[in-house]
Design a protein. Structure first.
Length: 133
């Protein structure tokens, strides 16, 4: 995550969305405003217009806590090319990461999708202005 954080600093990005917003809040301290994406598309559009241009997406897109906008993430991945891609070294701890997801052992489709996602070891940054234009 430190490489991504350095890119954000180099690009002077201080307001953004992140699937792992807690980690980015830690890295940025009070220097940035990091939000999680929600299912409220209009609210997201308003925030994008207000300067929250980027979404940093990693394996935490699979986290199915209350309000996780998984379908929204899929649409973004399908419609946009990432601005930049980083390797995610946290993926080395995959069994521990997915345990934190409260993932659904009996949901075969979810498990199959999770384990077959070729981007689990990547951190991708998307420019959401492209999504709303």
């Amino acid at each position: 995550y430190s490489n991504v954080n350095q890119w954000l600093k180099d690009e002077n990005v201080t307001k953004y969305f992140a699937t792992e917003y807690a980690v980015f809040n830690y890295y940025s301290g009070r220097e940035a405003n990091v939000l999680k994406l929600t299912n409220n598309r209009q609210k997201t559009k308003n925030l994008v217009e207000g300067g929250y241009h980027y979404l940093i997406m990693d394996i935490h897109k699979w986290y199915h806590g209350p309000g996780t906008p998984f379908q929204f993430y899929k649409e973004i991945e399908n419609e946009l090319e990432p601005v930049i891609i980083f390797e995610n070294n946290a993926y080395d701890f995959f069994p521990y990461i997915i345990d934190d997801f409260h993932y659904r052992h009996k949901d075969e489709k979810f498990m199959s999708d999770l384990f077959s996602d070729p981007d689990n070891n990547k951190i991708k940054i998307y420019d959401l202005r492209q999504f709303y234009n």
